[in-house]
Design a protein around this ligand. Structure first.
Ligand SMILES: [Zn+2]
Length: 190
């Protein structure tokens, strides 16, 4: 189902997906607004209204991503080396060691940490500047101390990266830039 709304005088396309969930949520991971709604949810317009500021911020990020310069000098092996290097730096600093470290292309996130302490990183991080790769590594290693994205977790992040909100914003700009560059994540290179 393809629908449109007008925001700031511009046309914004969106899709509605119905799922067996309790609360509606919005997603923008593909550069297109997706409303994920409970099966009997009647008023999608209200959810758009309620999150208008969030939607406007995302549109701004997508706009900025057009000017974003990707790093094409790093291949996947370089990325792995860099990530292992940052992991070992933080292992020493934080006095903890993660489980296995894996790499794969991911469509929704930069990295993840499972409850056994294994870390997984998105190979599309190769297009990021060093600083952001290091930051993502620290984020995932932070989950070895605190699994949830709660206050405690963000205190850990803040202690190392007081500017973490700015870095998160940069990461979302890169997210959409990489999305476009890889033809909507349909790239097949390794
Ligand atoms: Zn996280």
């Amino acid at each position: 189902m393809d629908k449109k709304i007008f925001i700031n005088g511009g046309k914004v396309d969106y899709d509605i997906i119905r799922r067996k969930i309790k609360h509606p949520r919005l997603e923008f991971k593909t550069g297109k607004l997706i409303l994920i709604l409970p099966e009997n949810y009647k008023t999608p317009e209200k959810i758009i209204e309620k999150h208008l500021k969030w939607i406007q911020d995302k549109l701004e990020v997508i706009e900025k991503s057009r000017l974003c310069k990707l790093n094409f000098d790093r291949d996947e092996n370089d990325l792995k080396e860099d990530i292992f290097r940052f992991v070992s730096i933080y292992s020493e600093k934080m006095e903890l060691v993660p489980g296995e470290i894996k790499f794969r292309k991911m469509k929704k996130r930069w990295g993840s940490c499972d409850n056994k302490g294994n870390l997984k990183f998105n190979t599309r991080m190769k297009y990021l500047p060093d600083k952001l790769i290091e930051y993502v590594v620290f984020h995932e290693m932070g989950h070895l101390l605190e699994f949830a994205h709660n206050r405690n977790f963000y205190d850990i992040i803040f202690a190392e990266y007081p500017e973490y909100k700015k870095l998160d914003l940069e990461l979302s700009i890169y997210w959409f830039a990489i999305y476009s560059h890889t033809n909507n994540f349909k790239d097949s290179d390794n």
